[in-house]
Write a protein that binds this ligand. Structure first.
Ligand code: ADP
Length: 582
């Protein structure tokens, strides 16, 4: 039995040493790791002298000296343990509060003093020590029960914040890390103090198991380090040092965590925010003016329902109705191991300044394009008169020049018109004026215009619709014109474009199909964005600004319709849009 005891002491010391080695190699030397290393060192301080005391018979003075070293380790274990749990749960500030100093540090020193200088805690004289057959000495003094109660109470009080912290964590990996830590600590410390502290007081002589349990603790923690990167860098530290604001919510939209950057933005402290319901403090509002229809559902709810991450830069975040920020945010679901959504993280930046700049830029584009349009219209008018004049005179040479000038001027006017529309869209001045119209007649006109001056592509019409629907004919004409001109522009080697009108129960679908360069799959969802051009068109000689589809899509959305594309790279694209009948 004595050998078993000594062996378990040796095992505990080796495993603790290995753990210290493992931890000291962690790159981040955070408070958590340092306090944990101190705790392990104290365990060693206690265990190694115990090995010596149990395995060799020593003269009185040497025995007393080694015992003192062991006592030092023992008394400071609860101190280190409590500081470690405070560091782990981000409450290290408590370690310098008066009650903590008195109850933990001062009492530890008082007990150590008594242990070293009196027989009140442990008997020092060889004669009074009863050696049991597992080599342990019952040497408790009158005050020994006090130290056990003190020891136990600190362990229990330190476990409370740890368990609370565990319940608050949403991140599944961090949750498992903390659970393992709780198990690893709770078992050896509580069972250990029972067998090594409580039972000797009650004169119950069973094998003290604190030491073998220490090996188990070391094993569990080593496992947690290897498997879950325990202590690697707490997500709290990462969150705090991020430049973006981050708020974590649970499923009920209660605020669980908020990082320093977010706190700075709102000018508050965490305790004013954490635990409150998001909606009582914040309002997330879609920015006006946005053209067309959009989902009224809060993005928080839609992420909770669908589990899909969402990003936007078109929202305002109101804090306590006091501060308002234009924000760019990404809301992501927090998914637990069973694939269930346990909460959300909102990552945001204040982009109020960028939005202001954007606004001035839009206003500038609006004014500049408006000012350009008037002289340009006049120049085009006169240049067309000039062209007709040359035709009359039959001046073939000059007709060619003036025709080129006119074509370029028209291109310029279209671009100015596009820029003006973009600026109107951004500032909310883009309006749709609907009137009942016949879509077939509209299409006929557009196709005739195209066939008039386009000799490379034939426009093949399929399907008809006689119904009259309420639309802004000028703007829908602009959409169809844009789709056909893109179809021609991006299919330089083809000779036809198919235009289909399809009547459905509640809507009319118009499709424009080409047999051209197509759109890479990765670009498909981006082509309706302002100024976006696909990678192939950027590298081709086909010129463009990436505004046509953005405007067309906005016009269609303004009619409560939808626009989409089906495309195969190298084979061609079909752009479709729907217009509701009512
Ligand atoms: P622009 O043609 O002036 O660049 P658009 O907004 O009309 O602007 O189109 C945006 C981008 O979408 C184009 O640059 C092109 O890359 C791609 N695109 C549009 N229509 C087609 C099409 N029919 N085939 C292939 N790519 C297209």
């Amino acid at each position: 039995m004595r050998m078993v005891y000594i062996l378990s002491l040796v095992l505990a010391s080796i495993s603790t040493t290995i753990l210290i080695f493992l931890l000291s190699k962690r790159a981040t030397n955070s408070a958590i790791i340092s306090t944990f290393i101190v705790l392990l060192l104290l365990i060693l301080f206690w265990a190694v002298p115990q090995i010596i005391l149990a395995s060799v018979t020593l003269p009185e003075t040497t025995y007393a000296l080694i015992d003192k070293i062991s006592g030092f380790g023992y008394v400071f274990i609860p101190v280190a343990f409590s500081i470690f749990t405070l560091a782990y749960t981000d409450m290290l500030k408590r370690a310098v509060q008066l009650w903590f100093i008195l109850y933990v540090y001062v009492l530890a020193i008082v007990f150590l003093f008594f242990a070293w200088n009196t027989d009140l805690i442990e008997q020092h004289s060889h004669g009074s020590i009863v050696s049991t057959n597992w080599g342990v000495h019952t040497k408790v003094g009158d005050l020994f029960p006090l130290i056990v109660v003190w020891f136990e109470s600190i362990i229990i009080f330190s476990m409370i914040p740890l368990i609370r912290h565990y319940r608050k964590i949403l991140d599944p990996v961090q949750k498992r890390q903390t659970l393992l830590l709780i198990i690893a600590m709770l078992i050896p410390l509580s069972f250990g103090t029972i067998t090594n502290g409580l039972f000797p007081i009650l004169h119950i002589m069973i094998m003290p198991i604190a030491i073998p349990l220490t090996s188990i603790m070391a094993l569990i923690i080593a496992y947690a380090i290897m498997k879950y990167g325990l202590f690697e860098m707490s997500s709290q530290t990462i969150l705090s040092s991020l430049g973006s604001g981050i708020i974590t919510l649970n499923k009920e939209k209660k605020i669980m965590q908020i990082n320093d950057s977010a706190l700075d933005t709102f000018g508050v402290e965490a305790k004013e925010i954490v635990g409150q319901h998001f909606d009582t403090l914040f309002k997330l509002r879609r920015q006006p003016p946005v053209y067309g229809v959009f989902s009224k559902e809060s993005p928080l709810i839609s992420v909770l329902n669908t589990g899909k991450q969402t990003t936007s830069r078109n929202y305002f975040l109101n804090f306590k109705n006091k501060k308002r920020f234009a924000v760019e945010f990404t809301i992501s679901p927090i998914i637990a191991s069973k694939k269930s959504i346990v909460g959300l993280t909102i990552m945001f930046h204040d982009i109020s300044r960028e939005k202001e700049l954007e606004k001035s830029k839009n206003e500038f584009i609006g004014i500049a394009s408006h000012e350009l349009k008037t002289p340009l219209t006049a120049v085009i008018g006169f240049s067309q008169i000039f062209e007709r004049q040359l035709h009359k005179e039959g001046n073939a040479n000059h007709i060619h020049f003036i025709k080129t000038i006119n074509d370029q001027l028209i291109k310029m006017k279209d671009l100015v018109e596009d820029l003006l529309n973009v600026s109107r869209l951004e500032t909310g001045e883009f309006v749709v004026r609907k009137k009942p119209s016949n879509i077939d007649e509209l299409i006929e006109k557009v196709v005739n215009d195209f066939q008039g001056d386009n000799t490379t592509h034939r426009i093949v019409r399929q399907g008809k619709s006689k119904v009259k629907i309420s639309l802004d004919a000028e703007k829908i004409r602009q959409v169809i014109t844009n789709l056909i001109s893109n179809a021609i522009k991006y299919s330089p080697d083809a000779n036809k474009v198919i235009l289909v009108v399809e009547e459905q129960k509640n809507s009319i679908i118009i499709r424009v199909q080409d047999f051209g360069i197509g759109i890479p799959k990765k670009d498909e969802h981006k082509i309706f964005q302002r100024f976006y051009r696909t990678s192939i068109s950027q590298h081709s000689t086909i010129s463009g600004f990436g505004l046509g589809l953005y405007i067309s899509n906005a016009i269609v959305r303004g009619h409560k319709g939808k626009m989409w594309v089906d495309s195969t790279e190298g084979k061609g694209s079909t752009f479709s849009f729907s217009l509701p009948k009512k």
